[in-house]
Design a protein around this ligand. Structure first.
Ligand code: DGP
Length: 112
């Protein structure tokens, strides 16, 4: 499958991981939109939230919980924003579900 995030997960494209477990990796976004901008990328490929299988509910739940647990170590003790884009209107550019983790500074009260 020609998926850039699958290649990063497999190590075929080098990308330093700031966190990894059996479920997902966290890397820094290549084009940061906040002081700290990470991507939480499940190791399992599915395009977006509409392609989640029933068992993926638990996977994504574990990822959200773990993001909360590691947030301080990522410099996000002041708070953070989680965003997961789906489709053209949301400007999703990589069709492998991922969660943007943004923070490290005061953010706009607008979503974008
Ligand atoms: P989205 O537009 O929601 O699909 O977000 C995709 C993000 O992925 C975008 O902010 C840029 C980032 N990105 C794309 N390719 C790479 C890459 O090769 N390395 C890293 N670290 N980030 C990437």
């Amino acid at each position: 499958m020609d998926c850039i995030f699958c290649k990063i997960v497999k190590g075929e494209i080098p990308s330093p991981r700031v966190y990894e477990d059996d479920d997902f990796i966290v890397i820094r976004d290549i084009a940061p939109q906040a002081k700290y901008h990470y991507l939480a990328i499940p190791k399992k490929h599915f395009a977006d939230v509409t392609e989640m299988a029933d068992e993926d509910v638990l996977l994504v739940g574990r990822i959200f919980k773990k993001i909360g647990e590691i947030a301080d170590s990522l410099g996000l003790s002041g708070g953070f924003r989680l965003v997961s884009n789906k489709g053209a209107d949301a400007m999703q550019s990589v069709p492998h579900l991922h969660i943007h983790i943004l923070g490290g500074e005061k953010m706009s009260d607008k979503m974008c």
